[in-house]
Write a protein of this length. Structure first.
Length: 279
């Protein structure tokens, strides 16, 4: 008989960087009673005060230095291994679950599945059955700790952007599955969305984030080929973001400079820690 993951230990990690405490409280309240531990990682040095009934579940990690995304995720994986947890729920600070209880009640333990993921911002058609997908974002994903450990965790040299896409590619390369659940929803905000004079929205990321978006995209293509990131994807992402920067964002020169540098670094610089096929 299939075994529900509700019998297994689940931790959650939220990586916090200058969080809005009200939004963070809503975030945690949506899933807190259905996990065993909540890891709050401090990527910035302000205190976080969101007292509630789930305080006894909270463990504070990080020293206030911005460690981006990959390093905190790997630290959380190691914490789970040390404390004998089976799954890790990976959350952004500004995402809100709509039906987490129903999500985990549908999941069956299967060590051939690396990640179980919700329907983020309704990107899948509701009423579809759970199905295999190529890639998901970290926010809202339920990570199988045993599989993550075998795969070597997340790429810390990527720091922040494409961390999730690279991990998903590597999982599938090693014959693990990524499963999306269209009927279970999570709201996610991407970047600092800004409406332009022409009526559409841009991500309005910082110059630093744009650097990692484009450098890591080139790294993925160099290391894993078109199967991971196609030339078409690179061109579309470039045109979409550069158009947004030119028409509706501030710090245009700094952002365009970092994108140019990212393409150069991603094309010619040595990739420091390439993946090795797991045994």
């Amino acid at each position: 008989m299939p075994e529900s993951i509700k019998r297994h230990k689940i931790a959650a990690i939220i990586i916090c960087y200058h969080p809005n405490e009200n939004v963070l409280h809503q975030n945690i309240s949506a899933f807190a009673q259905h996990v065993d531990t909540i890891l709050l990682w401090h990527n910035s040095n302000e205190s976080i005060n969101c007292k509630s009934d789930w305080d006894e579940k909270v463990h504070l990690l990080g020293d206030g230095t911005n460690r981006y995304i990959a390093q905190p995720l790997n630290a959380a994986i190691n914490w789970c291994i040390k404390n004998k947890y089976d799954y890790l729920l990976t959350m952004d600070q500004d995402t809100i679950w709509q039906n987490f209880k129903e999500f985990i009640s549908q999941i069956i333990k299967d060590d051939n599945i690396a990640i179980h993921s919700p329907n983020v911002n309704y990107c899948y058609l509701t009423n579809d059955q759970p199905h295999d997908v190529e890639s998901v974002i970290t926010s809202g994903s339920l990570l199988n700790i045993k599989v993550a450990n075998k795969l070597g965790g997340f790429r810390e040299d990527y720091k922040i952007y494409w961390v999730d896409g690279e991990f998903c590619y590597w999982a599938r390369k090693n014959n693990y599955r990524i499963i999306a659940y269209p009927n279970h929803h999570l709201r996610q905000q991407f970047g600092n969305q800004t409406k332009t004079l022409f009526g559409y929205y841009t991500s309005n990321y910082s110059p630093e984030i744009y650097y990692y978006i484009f450098r890591n995209m080139r790294w993925m293509h160099r290391e894993h080929g078109n199967y991971a990131v196609s030339i078409k994807c690179i061109l579309y992402t470039s045109m979409y973001n550069i158009r947004g920067i030119l028409l509706g964002e501030n710090k245009k020169i700094a952002k365009l400079h970092n994108i140019t540098k990212a393409f150069w670094d991603g094309l010619v610089k040595r990739i420091p820690n390439p993946r090795r096929q797991s045994s």
